[in-house]
Design a binder for this molecule. Structure first.
Ligand code: CA
Ligand code: CA
Length: 151
């Protein structure tokens, strides 16, 4: 029994360190979607992270309404996560016109933080979500991200 326990522990450790393994906080289902917030900060890449979300049947977060924004705020608060998470909203290639990376449709709802978006230094084309709202930010930052999974 002890040996089995040790083997199980080893298996968990090995699987946990395999490249590409990502741990998520997963929210309850809300209005037809659940949300997965990655637990670890890492260098962000729009295509790569959206690909991971797609691998789970979803896409990087698209905000559709004030209610969805309020729900996500409360969930981030519940999992004690007040830091920044990248969304799938971007204005890459169309400065000032924000759209969803996954489906390329215009962003349906944008709840900006005060004084944002500012396209600071002319290089902020991704969007992160915090408790205080959205902010445009450099796509090459290091942070976590949030997937939306229709269920
Ligand atoms: Ca921009
Ligand atoms: Ca900004």
């Amino acid at each position: 029994m002890a040996l089995q326990s040790i083997l199980l522990l080893l298996a968990v450790l090995v699987i946990g360190t395999v490249q590409g393994y990502v741990a998520y906080n997963i929210t309850p289902v809300y209005r037809g979607s659940k949300y997965m917030v990655s637990k670890n900060a890492e260098p962000f890449d729009l295509a790569q992270m959206n690909g991971r979300c797609r691998g789970s049947g979803g896409y990087l977060l698209q905000l559709d309404s004030f209610r969805e924004y309020i729900y996500l705020k409360s969930e981030l608060s519940r999992i004690r996560d007040h830091s920044l998470v990248y969304t799938g909203i971007t204005d890459l290639g169309s400065e000032g016109h924000f759209y969803n990376y996954n489906d390329k449709k215009p962003a349906a709802y944008l709840k900006w933080r005060r004084h944002q978006p500012d396209n600071w230094a002319g290089k902020e084309h991704c969007v992160n979500l915090s408790y205080y709202g959205l902010n445009d930010i450099d796509c090459r930052g290091t942070a976590r991200y949030i997937c939306e999974i229709p269920v």
